[in-house]
Design a protein. Sequence first.
Length: 256
Amino acid sequence: MSGLIISFLKQFFIPLGFVALLLFITLFLIKKHPKTATWFVLISLLIVGVFGNPIFSTFFTRSMEWRHMPLTAGTKADAILVLAQGTLPADTPRQRVEVQEQADRLLYAAMLYQQQAAPLIIISGDGNQAESGRTLLLELGIPAEAILVQDKADNMREDAALSAPIIALQNIKSILLVTSAIQMDRAYFLFRQLGFEVTPAPTDYRVSLQDWQTLTSWNWRSIITKLMPTSQAFDQSADVIWEYVALAFYRIKAIF
């Protein structure tokens, strides 16, 4: 239920939802309060112009993603815990499990297992994501006995809470935490509260070193082609905003 409430409220606070809400309210203010309506339109344009700008979005995304850099070669732990996301179940007309960008987490977890970084992979997520994630790992050659599944979580806080008993039951002392780089800081904070030794193993970076070097070279040809907002940049900025808000919430909650 908490996951449903969070998902419901989230849609009104991400930039696109907030802009839509402002413009909807503006419709009722145009006749009686034209100045207020004008300000609402200007605020909406400002939000779209800033958060949808590819240059701003790259800076903003890097500020969250690069807090945790890739895992050092040779790092080992008792288990790999991957937050399942980015897979589409083999539901008609799909013939097999299909993958999206965030499925890099599962590909990376499989690679770490094959490199003998840990002898066990724990998949955590909701029913569809966890089960399709397990299927993908099996297709990648991971033996069934090396995979444990926690499929009852609707959000990251539940990922941590519901994974804890499994980790304790398996007598696991250390984990390699695999998730997208953009949400690693929040995931690391939550799982570290469990009292286990947690090593971040981020993947699915949206801003690469080449992206950053290209941006900071301030080439005018590159700049003039990135002045107008794009849907991709807007969505990316929205994801970063959510991470900052959620991380702040969990940090404050931990204090009290």
